[in-house]
Design a protein around this ligand. Structure first.
Ligand SMILES: Nc1ncnc2c1ncn2[C@@H]1O[C@H](COP(=O)(O)OP(=O)(O)OP(=O)(O)O)[C@@H](O)[C@H]1O
Ligand SMILES: [Mg+2]
Length: 370
């Protein structure tokens, strides 16, 4: 990038024009001198310049980073990010959790109102827990996310953590489950001891898949015991964290399990409208004016959010590798054809391709996943 280009930098008496190299100097100098106003002015001119160059993704990201709220990951959270502070499995020394921050907001998650409304409510209750507790009420603290793979459950947990500006603690079940008798229960207790040290969003991702694909795969009975002791610990939890369990095997969960959660959120395959929005989001940053997103979305009935991401990014890569800045319908065709050739595409239980509201009832999605 040339450092001689001139950029407008806002100032009290109107914009001044500086060459790029000088803007970088201003950025570094203002950081060293803790001069926030000057730092912001230089950063904003870089963002405007990137936007003018049509680097929209980068410009949006820079803008978000510049304006985001500082999170609570400064005290206990930051300390816990140091590997030696994380709870570990005593036998093998593996960390039992990951702690991460996600700078995400609602715009990243595309879903129908049936999915979004309970999520908004969950976040609102937890964000305003003080108000509730002044009235003798507690926010919903246990949520179950269910739905087919690739439909946004893990992403939604990250968005919830991002919006609440809390670190996300993800429980690593591969480390939690031990072949030593009693050690799994002890590991779960260690996880809960850690959770009680702060205000986190805690994700028990694929909690019912514990022991699956392991060399020392657990017997069904033992698997059930592990899931049960996890559910008991969740039940007994009275701290300030928000606990989220995610599964794509909801058919395996009995009604007693469903009842233990304050909030249950369905993540079905996206309907037609959501598929259009997802394609648009994943093609954001790549000019694609001539692509008929509606017709691609129709052809992609049954696709998950993850499938649509693959179809869109495959197309973008194809255009970039061929030296074009614009994505065309032809770029989307091969990945779309590969998706349609899959046996799980366009199944009868999926929403009709042109239905605007194809949300799948819980009963149907339960039946499908068997
Ligand atoms: N509803 C959605 N909105 C936006 N992006 C989505 C959505 N669903 C899927 N995606 C995209 O697909 C990726 C994978 O989704 P995610 O990991 O959240 O699925 P999941 O439901 O947790 O699947 P699994 O059950 O396999 O864990 C996301 O990172 C995102 O880029
Ligand atoms: Mg997931």
């Amino acid at each position: 990038m040339s450092t001689n280009r001139k950029l407008a930098v806002p100032g009290a008496g109107g914009p001044t024009y500086m060459v790029y190299g000088d803007i970088l100097r201003q950025l570094f100098r203002s950081f060293a001198h803790r001069d926030d106003a000057s730092f912001r002015a230089a950063a904003e001119s870089i963002i405007r310049d990137e936007r003018a160059k049509n680097h929209r993704l980068l410009a949006d990201d820079l803008e978000r980073l510049l304006t985001r709220r500082p999170t609570q990951l400064n005290g206990a959270g930051l300390a816990a990010k140091r590997r030696d502070d994380l709870p570990t499995d005593k036998e093998r020394g593996f960390p039992l959790i990951d702690v991460a921050e996600f700078d995400l907001d609602w715009s990243r998650l595309v879903a129908s109102s049936d999915t979004l409304e309970p999520l908004h409510r969950l976040v609102e209750e937890n964000a305003r827990a003080d108000l509730l507790s002044a009235a003798g009420l507690r926010p919903s603290a246990r949520a179950l996310f269910y739905g087919p793979p690739g439909c946004g459950k893990t992403l939604a947990a990250r968005v919830v953590a991002g919006v609440l500006a809390r670190p996300l603690v993800t429980v690593r079940f591969d480390a939690v489950v031990s072949s030593y008798l009693g050690e799994t229960a002890a590991n779960l207790r260690r996880v809960f001891d850690f959770v009680s040290t702060g205000q986190w969003v805690v994700l028990f991702d694929e909690f019912d898949a514990i022991g699956k694909d392991r060399d020392n795969a657990l017997e069904h009975g033992e698997l059930k015991r592990v899931v049960n002791s996890l559910l008991q610990l969740m039940d007994a939890y009275r701290g300030d964290s928000l606990l989220i369990a995610a599964t794509n095997h909801e058919a395996l969960l009995d009604t007693a399990v469903w009842r233990r959660f304050d909030v249950v959120v369905d993540f079905p395959r996206p309907d037609f409208q959501s598929r259009v929005l997802l394609l648009r989001m994943f093609l954001r940053g790549f000019p694609h004016r001539r692509v008929n997103l509606e017709s691609v979305a129709k052809s992609a009935a049954g696709a998950t959010g993850a499938d649509l991401e693959r179809i869109a990014t495959d197309a973008a890569k194809r255009a970039v590798l061929e030296g074009r800045s614009t994505v065309t319908t032809e770029d989307l065709a091969p990945a779309l054809a590969a998706f349609r050739a899959r046996p799980d595409a366009q199944r009868p239980a999926d929403p009709a391709p042109d239905a605007s509201d194809g949300s799948i009832s819980r009963k149907r999605s339960v039946r499908r996943s068997r």
